[in-house]
Design a protein around this ligand. Sequence first.
Ligand SMILES: *[C@@H]1O[C@H](CO)[C@@H](O)[C@H](O)[C@H]1NC(C)=O
Ligand SMILES: *[C@@H]1O[C@H](CO)[C@@H](O)[C@H](O)[C@H]1NC(C)=O
Ligand SMILES: *[C@@H]1O[C@H](CO)[C@@H](O)[C@H](O)[C@H]1NC(C)=O
Ligand SMILES: *[C@@H]1O[C@H](CO)[C@@H](O)[C@H](O)[C@H]1NC(C)=O
Ligand SMILES: *[C@@H]1O[C@H](CO)[C@@H](O)[C@H](O)[C@H]1NC(C)=O
Ligand SMILES: *[C@@H]1O[C@H](CO)[C@@H](O)[C@H](O)[C@H]1NC(C)=O
Ligand SMILES: *[C@@H]1O[C@H](CO)[C@@H](O)[C@H](O)[C@H]1NC(C)=O
Length: 739
Amino acid sequence: MRLTPGITGCLWGSAAFAVVAVMVLVLVSTSDRNKRFEPDVDNEIPLKDVEDYIINNVNPDNIRTFLRNMTRRPHLGGTEEERELARWVATTWEEQGLDQVHLVPYHVLLSYPSPDIPNLVCIVNANDQAIWTSAARQKPLYAPEEGSPEIPFTFNGYAAPGNVTGQVVYAGYGREQDYDFLSEQGVDISGKIVLARYGKIFRANIAEMAEARGAIGVVLFSDPSDYAPQGSDFVYPHSYFMPPSAAPFGTVKLVDGDPLTPFYPAVESAFHIPEEEAAIPKIPVQPISYEDAWQILSRMGGTPAPPEWQGGLNVTYKLGPGFLKNEFSLNLDVNNQNAHTITYNVVGVIKGSVEPDRYVMLGNHLDAWILGAIDPNSGTAAMLELSRVLMQLSKETGWRPRRSLVFCAWGSEEYGLVASVEWTEQFGKQLADRTIAYLNVDMAIEGNYTLRTKSAPLLNDIIFESTKKIPNPNPEEVAEGRRSVYDTWRLRKPDPVDPEKPQMLFIGSGSDYKGFQHNLGIPCMDTRYTHDNTTKGEPMYHTLYETFALVDEIYDQGFHYHKAVTALWGDVAVVLSDSKIIPFSLVAYAEFIIRAYEEIADKYGELIASQNITMEFFGTAVNNFNATVSEFNENLKHINLNKPLVVRKVNDQLMMVERAFIDPRGLPGRPEFNHVVTAPSKKNAYAGTAFAGLTDTLAAITESPEDQRDALWRTFSHHLAAVTHLLSTAAKVLTDDLW
Ligand SMILES: *[C@@H]1O[C@H](CO)[C@@H](O)[C@H](O)[C@H]1NC(C)=O
Ligand SMILES: *[C@@H]1O[C@H](CO)[C@@H](O)[C@H](O)[C@H]1NC(C)=O
Ligand SMILES: *[C@@H]1O[C@H](CO)[C@@H](O)[C@H](O)[C@H]1NC(C)=O
Ligand SMILES: *[C@@H]1O[C@H](CO)[C@@H](O)[C@H](O)[C@H]1NC(C)=O
Ligand SMILES: *[C@@H]1O[C@H](CO)[C@@H](O)[C@H](O)[C@H]1NC(C)=O
Ligand SMILES: *[C@@H]1O[C@H](CO)[C@@H](O)[C@H](O)[C@H]1NC(C)=O
Ligand SMILES: *[C@@H]1O[C@H](CO)[C@@H](O)[C@H](O)[C@H]1NC(C)=O
């Protein structure tokens, strides 16, 4: 077992920090090759040729080789295995010839299962004897590496250690409405252990709400009706559905980044809050497989759960509390340890020839819960191949991007975006001033059905145009006349409002773009190939069975889908780095804001008016933004593209639009989210609703008794004024005037 925090204990000191820092310096100085090119030469290779080169030169065999190599061993964040992978990525970029490669260490608080004592769920009788005990680890089923002794005991990151015994209550998907339903039924979860299904909301929200309502522990499982709907013959390794022994890992920390250094970087000089104050659960939380959940559910008592809470196991799911046999209780014994450890980001730079101080950033994380062949290393493999192709282009033709391309391999994302958030905290001011966009690929594929893309509206048009250029990796689709990635995307995931277009999802949260989009106001994208809608998510997500074989033998034989995502990623990046005028879709942003405004007005207009609160200023700001966008685009047609300062001015204005929506004070009650338009909704960190500060407050108002709404109305009015002001500012930055 390599996960002992023993090594990390001794690294937690300034002497060790100095060693790491020196190593970084050496690496940077040997790799700084800035002097090789002239900084002020406008690049002469037409963008179209650069795009074609990327599309034609991404080699799926290289992606396969990279992926095979990275997925032989587990590489949890903050472990020596993650650091080894980081050093290998750094070396690979050095060998490819990137201009700079930095290894950036952060001292952070992570969490590991005990190396010796597994986390177990037991059913105990009146004599405290276990009559059934859950599996300590997921069963090896197929790939040799699944049986490695390095595979960690099953756990949830940051779940508190504790040994609790009590009655079990089944809470459906563990959403707020599910807990409310239990109270309405007179089933109190206080002092009890909650058994909940993963699949509708972020697991940290499930645990947080259970803890807030007094539960002493949470056991999570993934139901076969969601993840193995075609029955037991169609599960891994025969198919891509979830096998009965799978127990998905995942973090249960809610606030992103290092839990001990909120808002500031976890550098040597950092102030650390006491661990008791960190935003991590105080109760034990543990994932189990659905074959283990059956052992509990089949013995439970109480009234049958409602039809929507019934699942795919061959029992009637009951609410509890407790078991049919009164003497039985559930025991949850979690032995996780929080550990201070070092996690690295690797940052590689291809310096821009004309505007080196403007960055187009691309990123993916390194750490995996276990072997990580899909999440995240399908994306890491794509990124390494993309950097290779770009450097090959540079060597063959002398091409340099106009603006710098910055590749990032993030540490400890799985624990809650730890090292990317620390990095955006450390370099936030420079990044906010200089970054054009951040393009994230958390995983390149989780299926081969269609592309699925989340994006800030400013990037919508660039992404649509790029996908039209990427050849369709599906030969059957090509035979049907759908030649591009766009064509299949539009067919298989049409926009519900405008089915002529593919559906572009709202950016939300849930991966390393969080700090960029939601704190710094840098437009972000996150893209991948996904599966069809027969399951709720990638069925092997965060389980032991996310193996190389799953990718190589089931999802992407030949790695053609990886190639398509790699080419798309590269194409979007060079369009952003090499276009003289940044091709942001301002019109899409204006339309998005208009739609969001209308939704709020339709749904809550009367309620708001009943308080004598006017939406007029907000509405005027919306229209004004829309009108200013039209004027700006009109003016753009007449500017002199040969005047560098004019070009730079217009680009600065374009860059400021997304920044303008940043409220330094954060959303109401949520200082960790600053973007008033794109912040994710409070109740589910994965989902996206525009103007979440307004809609979350309005939802809270409708849910509270009439006589307890005053404070919420005040919050609403205050935030409405802030949003209106920032929206007016977003219009102003597109003009040349101060006022
Ligand atoms: C595979 O990765 C390891 C580091 O994890 C590295 O030392 C080795 O050189 C890599 N091998 C190949 C063939 O890329
Ligand atoms: C945890 O609690 C159970 C049930 O009370 C008990 O049998 C077991 O010995 C406890 N484990 C430890 C390590 O204390
Ligand atoms: C129900 O499922 C359990 C667990 O998979 C299995 O052991 C049992 O035989 C099944 N019972 C029936 C009646 O199918
Ligand atoms: C899955 O998608 C198909 C085709 O778009 C649609 O007809 C079907 O209703 C969807 N099924 C579910 C469960 O959403
Ligand atoms: C695409 O995925 C399906 C499973 O969803 C798999 O059966 C099929 O072989 C995959 N296609 C390729 C080319 O890998
Ligand atoms: C709104 O204004 C009307 C007219 O002045 C007044 O009668 C009503 O009480 C006000 N409502 C609230 C909630 O302030
Ligand atoms: C937004 O601007 C466009 C272009 O000027 C215009 O056609 C459209 O009607 C405007 N939308 C609204 C809601 O004002």
